[in-house]
Write a protein that binds this ligand. Structure first.
Ligand code: PLP
Length: 476
């Protein structure tokens, strides 16, 4: 496909600015460009077609089945988009006086109340723009808590080896040293290793439960107790909340801080880098450290308050408000029973698909899964030479988005599938059929899978070169 620069033809650009009808006012010469800006010149119709063509090459939840494990690519009801787009929400200015935006503040407050009830926390804050950003904020809170108590020795964050990559990355960015805790063969935290690691230098533990293997760790109370007994705090990565919302609460499992990915669990489309929200929840003893401008309800109205020992701002103003509106609309439309039902169906669908794949595929961990499961294709690779990557590419030709591959890193030849609650039984049956057909091909004609995908706009990409030596500038 041609780039816009390659479509550019001198003189074919479309002038969209009307002639100047006010006195010209140029910036001072040192601020002026030395050379003219090199913009592509294309007619409006060609510009429009260019973006439409790009859009057709993308694959989203609205195009088909998208079982990308850990990412919760579920259908987001359109009504929530419409509500967030109402002018009273969409056209607000962040510098408005609080008396003029009481409705928006009510959304923040009531969304926070709902999510605090779902997670078992006391306060929620919405400033962080993504899950990893929420992790970073949560870790700043943990650091501020220890320092406030005069405890400067706690420099280590314990992270299980099944964790999402953002966990150790956020801990390192917040200035902590990361200590990896091994998993047992059945995918749980190794309690003995945790006991050995927890001590006076432990700032906290970061954990997601269910974990990235799709396993709920039944030892969770003992895990959080060990960390608390050592003087550390427990951080819950709530990106996997879709499995347990309305059923079990991180606050009851012994966690002190959580983040939620509103853009995974609570009705904001994601994947294209659009606005997200890493809502962070805390127990009351951490409230004094929250970012500035928290919404509180008092004297019949909503007010902003600045917590006395705030860690400061992690983003301008109040975070991505529209994402919070969508989450609140979603929560109101589901209600408490609906929230629970969504989680139950997510778990049911994952178990259904895992079972339907049984005739050929082996789960990395035996037993029931939660909202996602991990397959190990190690034996298939050994027997046929067909790898997890080949199967994933074959799935593209089969008409679905590939699952998460080679993650978590503790499973060899891993494929991680999360069907979500919004897929029908028909879709799950169809997907199992596609995957079992791929297996048949792997045994009869492995070459055909090494060559996949053949129906996509591009074939196999050189991912290593793309990551190591990306071409980020257009060579004119
Ligand atoms: C997606 C995800 C994150 C990170 O969230 P982002 O919004 O992508 O930054 C963290 N942990 C887990 C388990 C996730 O699935």
């Amino acid at each position: 496909m041609k780039l816009l620069f390659e479509r550019s033809r001198e003189g074919s650009g479309c002038a969209i600015l009307p002639p100047l009808d006010v006195p010209e006012c140029l910036p001072s010469p040192e601020l002026m460009r030395k050379t003219p800006l090199r913009l592509p010149q294309v007619a409006e119709v060609d510009l429009s077609r260019h973006y439409a063509a790009l859009e057709k090459r993308a694959f989203g939840v609205n195009d088909g089945f998208y079982p990308l494990g850990s990412c919760t690519m579920k259908y987001n009801p359109k009504v929530n988009e419409q509500i967030a787009a109402l002018p009273g929400f969409a056209k607000l200015h962040p510098l408005s006086d609080e008396r003029d935006v009481q409705g928006a503040m009510e959304v923040y407050f009531r969304a926070g109340t709902c999510l605090a009830a779902i997670t078992g926390m006391d306060y929620m804050t919405f400033q962080a723009a993504a899950g990893a950003h929420g992790e970073f904020l949560g870790l700043l809170l943990i650091r501020a808590y220890h320092r406030d108590r005069g405890d400067f020795a706690r420099k280590k964050i314990l992270v299980p080896d099944s964790a999402h990559g953002t966990n150790p990355a956020s801990a390192a960015m917040a200035g902590f040293e990361v200590v990896s805790i091994p998993s047992t063969a059945d995918g749980r935290v190794d309690l003995e290793a945790l006991r050995m690691a927890a001590g006076p230098d432990t700032a906290g533990l970061m954990l997601t439960n269910p974990n990235t293997l799709g396993i709920f760790d039944e030892n969770i109370l003992e895990i959080t107790r060990i960390v608390h007994a050592a003087g550390g705090l427990n951080y819950y990565d709530g990106a996997n909340l879709n499995a347990i919302m309305g059923v079990a609460r991180p606050g009851d499992m012994g966690f002190d801080v959580v983040h939620l990915n509103l853009h995974k669990t609570f009705s904001t489309p994601h994947g294209g880098g659009g606005p997200g929200s890493g809502a962070v929840g805390v127990k009351a003893f951490l409230a004094d450290f929250l970012p500035r401008r928290q919404v509180r309800k008092e004297l019949g109205g909503y007010h902003f308050v600045d917590p006395p020992k705030s860690v400061g701002a992690v983003k301008a103003f109040y975070g991505n408000f529209a994402v919070v509106v969508k989450a609140f609309a979603y929560l109101l439309s589901l209600g408490p029973d609906g929230v629970r039902q969504a989680a139950e169906c997510a778990v049911l669908n994952a178990n259904y698909l895992m079972h339907a794949l049984r005739p050929g595929y082996t789960p990395a961990i035996e037993g029931m899964c939660m909202h996602e499961f991990v397959l190990s294709l190690e034996a298939l690779k050994r027997e046929t030479g067909v790898s997890a990557l080949d199967v994933a590419k074959g799935m593209i030709d089969g008409g679905m988005h590939p699952p998460t591959m080679y993650f978590p890193m503790i499973v060899h030849e891993a494929l991680m599938l999360e069907p979500t609650e919004t897929e029908s039984r028909q879709t799950l049956d169809w997907a199992a059929g596609v995957m079992l057909e791929i297996l048949r091909k792997a045994r009869e004609n492995p070459e055909s899978l090494h060559a996949a995908p053949v129906t996509a706009p591009v074939r196999r990409l050189d991912e290593v070169t793309a990551a190591r030596r990306p071409v980020l500038r257009y060579p004119f």
